[in-house]
Ligand binder design. Structure first.
Ligand SMILES: Nc1ncnc2c1ncn2[C@@H]1O[C@H](COP(=O)(O)OP(=O)(O)O)[C@@H](O)[C@H]1O
Ligand SMILES: N[C@@H](CCC(=O)OP(=O)(O)O)C(=O)O
Length: 361
C-alpha cells in the first residue's frame, strides 16, 4: 500500500484515551502508537496532538474542596501530562522510536517570533526522526487565553507545519446530519472545497471528556481545507483507522474535507488564524474593498480607509472590514492607529497594510 500523504497531523481526543472508569486507555494508546510507528518507518512525517492530560490527572488525584474549577484543571493537567507522556514514551520505545513533548499556549501563536520558534522546534524534532507530541499547556493557560480545544490547536499546527493532511480522531464516525445517536441521522462523507456545514446540523452535545464538540471540529476542518490541507474526521476507536485513512483504496466511513488550492505564503497562513489576536479594526470604502478582492495584488492604502476602531501600533494585527461591518480579512499594521486616524481618506507615503501581510478570505 502506498501512503497518500507524506506529512500528517493526528489529533486524538480525550475520550479516545480514557476508559469508562476514568483511567488512561493504554491498549488504545498502544494501537495508535503501533500504527504511527509503521507510518514513521515508511517515511511519513507524523505530528501528534494528544489530549488526555486532564482526564489522566483526574484519575490520579482528588482535589481539595476549596479548589475551584480552574485550580482543579491545573492540578489534573499538571499531574496527568506526566502520566500521558510517560506512557507514550514507553510505547514508542518498544518500536525503538523517541517521542518528545511540546506544550504550548494560544498566545504563542499571536507572536510571530514565538510562532517561528515553535515551527523550528517541531521541524528539528522531525528531522531527528523524533515524534512531536503536542498539547496545550493547561497548567498555565486558563480562561480567555485558552484554545477552544485541541481541535483548534491541531488546526493551527497543521497550518503552521504545512502538512498534507489533518486527521481529527474522535469517538464517532464523523459529522452527522443531526445528532449521531438520533434515528435517521446520517454520516456526511464528503465536504467539497468551499462548502461549510450548517451549524444547525450539529448539536452542542459533547462526549464525556470532550471540550469543543463537533462544531469546532467541522469549522476548523472547513477553514483548513480552504488553505489546501485535506482533513479527515474519523472514529479513533476503529481498528487500524490511521493506516486505513492513509490508504487511497480504503473506504472506511468517515467525513472527508476536500482541499482547495494550496496556500503557500506562510505569513498569510499565520494571519488567517490570528483573528483572536487583532488589536483593532479599520473600515474601508467600496472602492478599496473591490480593489482588495480583485485578482490583482493590492495593498491597503489610507485613502480607502473610512474609520478606525481600537488602538494599535506598528506590527499589530488588525481586522479589515467593509462599510457594512463585514470582515474582509486580517493584516499587519504598517503604522499606528494614531497615524491612520490622521491620514484616513487622504494619500500617505506608505501603504497601511502591505499585500504580503494581508490575508483576505
Ligand atoms: N452532527 C454531529 N455529528 C457528529 N457528532 C456530533 C454532532 N453533533 C454533536 N456531536 C458530538 O460531538 C462529539 C465529539 O466531540 P468531542 O466531545 O469534543 O470529542 P473529542 O474528545 O474527540 O474532541 C460526539 O461524541 C457527539 O456527541
Ligand atoms: N488539553 C486538554 C484537552 C482539551 C481538549 O481539547 O480535549 P478534547 O476536546 O477531548 O480534544 C487535556 O490534555 O486534557
Amino acid at each position: 500500500m502506498a501512503n497518500r500523504y507524506s506529512s500528517i497531523v493526528i489529533k486524538i481526543g480525550s475520550n479516545l484515551l480514557t476508559r469508562d472508569d476514568g483511567m488512561l486507555n493504554v491498549a488504545r494508546m498502544a494501537h495508535f502508537v503501533d500504527q504511527i510507528a509503521a507510518l514513521q518507518k515508511k517515511g511519513v512525517r507524523v505530528i501528534l496532538v494528544s489530549s488526555g492530560a486532564v482526564a489522566a490527572g483526574r484519575a490520579e488525584v482528588e482535589p481539595q474542596k476549596k479548589h475551584d474549577t480552574v485550580s482543579r484543571r491545573q492540578l489534573w493537567s499538571a499531574v496527568g501530562q506526566v502520566k500521558l507522556i510517560n506512557r507514550y514514551a514507553d510505547l514508542f520505545r518498544e518500536h525503538c522510536l523517541t517521542c518528545a513533548q511540546v506544550l504550548t499556549t494560544k498566545e504563542n501563536f499571536s507572536d510571530r517570533q514565538h510562532y517561528l520558534n515553535m515551527r523550528n522546534c517541531i521541524n528539528t524534532l522531525l528531522e531527528s526522526s523524533v515524534i512531536p507530541i503536542i498539547n496545550e499547556n493547561d497548567a498555565i493557560s486558563v480562561t480567555e487565553l485558552m484554545f477552544t480545544d485541541n481541535d483548534e490547536l491541531s488546526g493551527l499546527i497543521a497550518s503552521m507545519m504545512d502538512v498534507d493532511a489533518l486527521f481529527l480522531l474522535t469517538n464517532v464516525d464523523g459529522v452527522y446530519r443531526g445528532n449521531p445517536g438520533a434515528p435517521g441521522s446520517e454520516l456526511i462523507q464528503h465536504i467539497t472545497s468551499g462548502e461549510t456545514i450548517s451549524e444547525d446540523l450539529i448539536s452542542t452535545q459533547k462526549s464525556n471528556f470532550g471540550r469543543g464538540g463537533m462544531l469546532t471540529k467541522s469549522s476548523i476542518a472547513s477553514k483548513l481545507a480552504g488553505q489546501g490541507v485535506t482533513v479527515h474526521i474519523a472514529n479513533g476507536s476503529r481498528l487500524n483507522v490511521l493506516t486505513d485513512l492513509m490508504d487511497r483504496e480504503s473506504d472506511i466511513p468517515h467525513t472527508w474535507f476536500e482541499p482547495g488550492k494550496k496556500k503557500s505564503n506562510t505569513v498569510k497562513k499565520w494571519l488567517a488564524h490570528s483573528d483572536d489576536f487583532a488589536r483593532g479594526e479599520v473600515f474601508v470604502n467600496d472602492g478599496a474593498r473591490d480593489a482588495l478582492l480583485s485578482e490583482r495584488a493590492t495593498s491597503l492604502l489610507t485613502i480607502g480607509i473610512t474609520g478606525v476602531q481600537g488602538q494599535f501600533k506598528t506590527g499589530d494585527i488588525v481586522r479589515v472590514k467593509d462599510v457594512s461591518g463585514k470582515l474582509l480579512g486580517l493584516g499587519k499594521a504598517g503604522f499606528s492607529s494614531k497615524i491612520v486616524e490622521r491620514e484616513m481618506g487622504s494619500k500617505y507615503d506608505k501603504p497601511f497594510i502591505h499585500y504580503d501581510y494581508l490575508y483576505l478570505g
